[in-house]
Design a protein around this ligand. Sequence first.
Ligand code: EPZ
Length: 430
Amino acid sequence: MDRIRIVGGNELHGVIPISGAKNAALPLMIASLLTDDTLTLENVPHLADVEQLIRILGNHGADISVNGRRERQGESYARTVHFTSRNIVSTTAPYELVSKMRASFWVIGPLLAREGKARVSLPGGCAIGTRPVDLFIEGLAALGANIEIEGGYVNATAPAGGLIGARYVFPKVSVGATHVLMMAATLANGTTVLGNAAREPEVVDLAKCLNAMGAKISGQGTSTVTIEGVRSLSGARHRVLPDRIETGTYAMAVAMAGGDVILEDTEASLLDTALEAIRRAGAQISETNSGIRIVRNGAGIKPVDIVTDPFPGFPTDLQAQFMGLMTRSSGVSHITETIFENRFMHVQELARLGAKISLSGQTAKVEGVSRLKGAPVMATDLRASVSLVIAGLAAEGETMVSRVYHLDRGFERLEEKLTRCGAHVERVSD
Ligand code: EPZ
């Protein structure tokens, strides 16, 4: 199994190209099941989760072809992928596939809307919390679906004439349930109004793509999204938006290691709250024509308190990385997680590097230390694992991160992007 070896102490200098967003690419790919025409997605990142979803969509009958395309002197490969689901050959998403990646549960929306039925395995728990699917079930039922849970599967059936537009207010903000209800409602009879909808940029990107396919969606990016149902959707060509979590992760890596780096092909407006926290921690951040420049020279890292929240708040997917940064701050910071109940598994691993962190309920108190020392550590989930890389960049000596398959789910060519900026990071295959 691969491991990542980091020798800390180097500053970062150079350019890091930011990939297309994993969490936008996944729902966009799933949206291709809504049409018998071809959906072409550009800037699709090459990640384990994307490959897994390609297998899942293939199981439903999608024909998928990939064009590799070299971008910017070999630094990053953005791929263009064509999805054509002329016929849906199966409306069942089996446990073996869904259990590997929670987002694959989202096929329930397009399958139900287009085929009138779907049988999708419950995704089960995961390392960061229980993550139930009650909001999906309640929301689809509001559109008229009959839903039964049996033998670990959700069996959903639409009324004879198809799903029916309705008003549904999410009792809690959910990115995935917003994606699914929005997709399902595009082909419903009549108008659907979703209240307390997620406002994440990935929701906006999905709505933009669905509209290019002929859907009639408005209000995306606000908490009320309106979807006027249409009879059918066509193909389209859409470019996946930049990965704001990857952007924030590298910004924090530079804030941690020091240096001067341009994050290219990204947009500051996708992560204002996180960038503000990094600024308060002592880094200088400015916008360039094609992205963001981040500099930290000499100044120490200041302690900053954060609380995760749905967009536009501080993203839970950057919480672990920010904690990594705060381990070296000059004081005490508090990090509060409000989205997932068990997203602190990196705490024990950061402690192995010498971090001083204590947990009380959903808040971590981080007492900055003047030095971290490299050690073997274990990745526990995608974002937790990259927080260990960030800490390793500033630790003395060697940090060896095992279970890096977590990293490969969401960070494209991480070791290459960091190495090009002067970091000592390498993949070790056993
Ligand atoms: C998306 O997950 C992201 N995944 C997550 O990123 C991200 O952490 C999360 O949104 C929050 O921003 C993808 O986009 C593929 P939610 P999702 O539904 O949609 C609860 C990463 O590292 N909830 O917004 O699954 C849920 O348990 C991943 O890239 C219910 O209670 O998250 C959580 O507490 C990790 N019932 C909260 O809502 C439901 O039916 C928000 O979850 C659905 C969700």
